[in-house]
Ligand binder design. Structure first.
Ligand code: GUN
Ligand code: ZN
Length: 432
């Protein structure tokens, strides 16, 4: 018997981006009554509902989300899955926060069963917030990476993750060595990198917790397997920066430590980048590295204000990150809300269009996945989220008083959260 692939048509208001609305006028595409056509987990096309012929309608399975807003799935370019349970831990800035809360929590992930339980919770939490792709820190334990990738694989998510490398300045119970870190990472690369939609990131925690030997071996892995990612932290906190300078006095600045060991490049993602020197900005741009903007974390830990527009204007790719558990929400809408306020404190603006671009196509570009993710162009992987414009009486009242599409989107960005997520799809399958 000959079977045909089922073609689905999702009828809703459709919004996506084909460029950065901060620079280009025609960047956003909006269809008030549109359809997204999906076949075999990939986008076929988008069009006005009115343009669907009666004949074509008969060949499609129509899913009716009229009155809802359909967006490409959110992309979280920096998050720690083991820190889910310690979100909202009181009173400390970065280095004390790590010692007081983070390291004791991450210790629990030595237990593979514990890691599996938390990985399932984490993946479900991403999906119920409309996040379909993330770049994720695990812990130093290889079994934590196995747990996370297995949970993501069950949902067929495109997820990037890696084992933390940490061979100094951390409790003994969380340390590897330069050699075991290398060997365990390589085994995980062979097991998971390009398995289905999964990709591997070499993940030194940050410069202070790796010896020069470990950073050199991280660079060796990147050179040996050319399409790996590099994921770490950079220039988040003033005390952290001073510590890096004291540990690596021979290097020009914080980023130069990473650059020296071959860790910058088009698949390198540096979380934070708040207090960068001009030389670091130039090096990030010239190496085509990306930075993850994590506003809820930067405010929660009192780290500082991210300079979004100066960095973008310098040519640096920027993605949005929740940075849970220093970040205070899994929701990309809440993350953009705080991102807006971070810009306001600097006399800058973040429009809803720019914000939603950053959370979708901007994230895909930061992760070098623009050919697969980020918008509804034909052939893209069909990861998308269905949002309610209003999920509470107050949101409803505000929406009724909205004056334009831009105003409705801004109200959604500022007031919205997981309550607005009606459904999440991965590769054309409903996963929430
Ligand atoms: N720098 C090094 N480790 C961490 C971490 O776990 N969270 C944050 N926000 N910054 C870090
Ligand atoms: Zn982080």
């Amino acid at each position: 018997m000959h079977t045909h692939a089922t073609t689905y048509a999702y009828r809703a208001s459709l919004l996506d981006f084909v460029a950065d609305p901060h620079n280009e006028k025609q960047a956003a595409r909006y269809l008030e009554d549109g359809v997204l056509i999906v076949e075999n987990g990939k986008v076929v096309e988008t069009l006005d509902y009115a343009a669907l012929s009666a004949e074509r309608r008969q060949q499609l399975t129509l899913v009716d989300y009229r009155g809802k807003l359909l967006l490409p799935g959110f992309i979280d370019t920096h998050i720690h899955f083991p820190q889910t349970e310690m979100i909202a831990s009181y009173g400390e800035q970065l280095l004390e926060w790590l010692n007081t809360y983070t390291f004791p929590t991450e210790r629990k992930f030595a237990d593979a069963g514990y890691a599996r339980k938390r990985a399932d919770f984490f993946i479900n939490e991403l999906l119920r917030n409309g996040t379909t792709t993330a770049l994720v820190f695990a812990t130093v334990h290889p079994q934590s990476v196995d747990a996370l990738f297995a949970a993501a694989q069950q949902k067929e998510m495109r997820l990037i993750a890696g084992k933390v490398l940490m061979d100094r300045n951390a409790p003994d119970y969380l340390q590897d060595t330069a050699q075991t870190g290398y060997d365990q990472s390589e085994a995980l690369i062979k097991k998971w990198h390009h398995k289905g939609r999964l990709l591997y990131a070499v993940t030194p925690r940050f410069a202070p917790t790796s010896t020069p030997e470990q950073l050199a071996l991280a660079g060796k892995l990147l050179a040996k397997y050319p399409d790996l990612y590099l994921h770490t932290h950079l220039s988040e906190n003033k005390n952290e920066i001073a510590w890096v300078k004291s540990l690596f006095p021979e290097r020009k600045n914080y980023l130069d430590v990473y650059a020296h060991y071959g860790l910058t490049g088009p698949r390198s993602v540096f979380a934070h980048g708040i207090h960068l020197e001009q030389d670091e900005i130039d090096t990030l741009a010239h190496s085509h590295s990306a930075v993850a903007f994590c506003p809820t974390s930067n405010l929660f830990l009192g780290s500082g204000l991210f300079r979004l527009h100066p960095l973008k204007q310098a040519g640096i790719k920027v993605g949005m990150g929740t940075d849970v558990g220093a970040g205070t929400s899994f929701s990309m809408l809440q993350t953009l809300n705080e991102g807006y306020k971070v810009q306001q404190l600097q006399g800058e603006k973040l429009s809803a269009q720019e914000g939603l671009y950053q959370a979708t196509l901007g994230g895909a570009r930061a992760l070098q996945l623009e050919d697969k993710l980020g918008n509804f162009l034909p052939g893209k992987e069909a990861d998308f989220v269905v949002l309610n414009w209003a999920a509470t009486p107050l949101q409803q009242l505000r929406m009724e008083n909205a004056t334009s599409l831009g105003d409705r989107l801004f109200a959604l960005m500022m007031q919205g959260d997981d309550r607005n997520v009606q459904a999440t799809y991965v590769m054309g399958k409903q996963v929430f």
